[in-house]
Design a protein. Structure first.
Length: 48
């Protein structure tokens, strides 16, 4: 089991960073998302 988790694979996983397009997409989506509470129910609306 110890051979499966070598030092090199752990170092590579920490170096992963999202692309700028991915971050921009997620931020724009979260800004456009609106949650409306009505009679103990939640409705999600995407405001484009």
């Amino acid at each position: 089991m110890a051979k499966l988790y070598s030092g090199n694979s752990i170092k590579k996983s920490n170096a992963m960073e999202p692309r700028e397009e991915t971050v921009k997409f997620l931020l724009d989506y979260s800004k456009a998302l609106s949650v409306i509470n009505c009679n103990k129910k939640k409705f999600e609306a995407l405001l484009n």
